[in-house]
Design a binder for this molecule. Structure first.
Ligand SMILES: Cc1cc2nc3c(=O)[nH]c(=O)nc-3n(C[C@H](O)[C@H](O)[C@H](O)COP(=O)(O)OP(=O)(O)OC[C@H]3O[C@@H](n4cnc5c(N)ncnc54)[C@H](O)[C@@H]3O)c2cc1C
Length: 429
């Protein structure tokens, strides 16, 4: 039977769970977290692990409704900003420390999956960065930079070796990031929620926050059916904008990217991928894909300022897929969906607080698995211990993304970058 056209593979295959009841009536909490994606859930679990009582998570739809339940599932270190720019902006010591937070994020994700028994199909087989272009210098430069400035070793994959693993004539050499994994992100989000709930966190689905108001020393939070009075509030709404605090909302651009999942490929999968690693390429708007346990191929790509219909996503990504794996001609696409990432103009996460109990964690871009894990830890430590580690992000503030003009500028930038990649491909013949 065909799935509904807009249902994601993740939603269709997620572990069943008892839905979390909506917030009803008047309640109190020490910390209210708005947004049931990775940023909110990691903060909730970080608080619970520190023994902080009375934490509530409010989610407008269902846990993992946003980017967290729709993404490629790549768990790797780094930020959307890229290591070279990070180094140039922050200098060696700070850049190293910031990057290190995401390396530790990868390790913490592994540990939590094991500790809480989160069944999210984690495949700890690394990630390959495959060179779309003939010129190996881009790879060499990044490999050197990571080794010399960040102390991280990515292994060189010569073209012949890469082609044994990824059976496409499209790529040249590659780099292998061994300390990386991939997983079913919705099951991982649901696992985080369950781990937090088991430690006393109250979770409420279908509890969109409509109003946030300061009332004396507290915050008053209103949903359709209930109110919550909280000492502290964390806004973690990513690209699905909370609509509560203008300054926080207007600091991000919601940017779409798309995913499809093929029919089960059986032995045809092996004809494309003789590795369990996940793969992405060196273009600006890169393809990203990974094998799924039921021999399907999950394929993502493109960035745009708008979400598209599942039919359009299917058509576009099918073309991209066949460009890399022509041997899959005729393949059926069973699932197609879009998701919104949140980007700041500076391309770094926005993590901070105002000193009046209002915190935010957003703008994790396309590198949200490890960085939301890091952010959750920093915010939990700030709330419980008064830790100031979150100030490492202070330079990356809530500057306005200038919507709607920011969208036009972003789209123009994407077209320019995509045109450059197209031109380079053509010139290389
Ligand atoms: C298609 C796609 C592929 C990606 N691939 C990868 C990848 O492979 N690796 C990687 O590291 N990153 C990837 N990312 C990025 C990553 O998914 C995000 O950075 C991360 O999930 C952001 O988490 P978040 O909690 O900030 O936001 P979200 O997961 O978007 O969560 C925000 C939540 O807030 C809720 N919300 C909004 N307003 C309210 C309100 N008023 N009241 C209550 N709730 C509200 C929303 O419903 C939503 O559930 C990808 C993203 C997309 C879209």
């Amino acid at each position: 039977m065909q799935p509904p056209a807009d249902e994601s593979y993740y939603r269709a295959t997620a572990a069943p769970y008892e839905p979390y009841v909506p917030l009803r009536g008047s309640h109190e909490a020490r910390v209210a977290i708005v947004g049931g994606g990775f940023a909110g859930l990691n903060t909730a679990l970080g608080l619970a692990e520190r023994g902080w009582p009375d934490v509530a998570v409010l989610e407008r739809e269902r846990i993992g409704h946003g980017a967290s339940g729709r993404n490629g599932g790549f768990v790797f270190a780094g930020y959307s900003l890229g290591e070279q720019a990070l180094l140039a902006q922050r200098g060696e010591a700070q850049a190293h420390a910031l990057f290190g937070l995401t390396v530790e994020g990868v390790h913490r994700i592994r540990r939590r999956i094991a500790e809480y028994g989160i069944a999210c199909g984690a495949v700890d087989a690394g990630v390959i960065w495959a060179n779309w272009f003939r010129d190996p210098e881009v790879l060499r430069r990044r490999q050197r930079l990571l080794a010399e400035r960040y102390g991280v070793a990515w292994e060189w994959l010569p073209e012949a070796q890469l082609r044994e693993m990824v059976r496409s004539a499209r790529y040249h050499d590659g780099l292998f990031e061994r300390d990386a994994l991939h997983l079913h992100p919705l099951d991982y989000a649901l696992g985080l929620a369950q781990a937090a709930a088991a430690r006393g966190v109250r979770l409420h689905e279908h509890s969109g926050v409509r109003r946030l108001k300061r009332e004396g020393a507290h915050w008053r939070i209103e949903t359709a059916e209930g109110t919550l009075r909280a000492e502290q509030v964390v806004l973690a709404c990513g690209g699905y904008l909370a609509g509560l605090e203008r300054r926080i909302d207007r600091a991000v651009l919601p940017i779409a990217t798309y995913v499809v999942v093929t029919e089960p490929l059986n032995e045809r999968l092996e004809a494309c991928l003789a590795t369990r690693a996940a793969v992405y390429d060196t273009r600006f708007a890169f393809d990203y894909y990974r094998p799924l346990p039921d021999t399907r191929l999950l394929w993502g790509g493109r960035v745009s300022i708008r979400e598209r219909s599942p039919q359009a996503v299917r058509r576009l990504l099918r073309r991209d897929l066949l460009r890399v794996f022509p041997q899959l001609e005729g393949v059926r696409i069973d699932y197609a969906w879009s998701g919104l990432m949140s980007y700041a103009r500076h391309l770094m996460p926005q993590l901070g607080g105002r000193g009046n109990g209002l915190w935010w964690a957003q703008a994790f871009g396309g590198h949200g698995l490890s960085s939301t894990c890091a952010a959750g830890e920093l915010l939990a430590a700030a709330i419980v211990e008064g830790d100031e580690g979150w100030r490492q992000f202070a330079a990356y503030g809530l500057e306005s993304a200038w919507r709607p003009f920011g969208f036009l500028a972003a789209q123009a930038g994407y077209w320019r970058a995509e045109f450059n990649d197209w031109l380079k491909t053509r010139l290389e013949g």
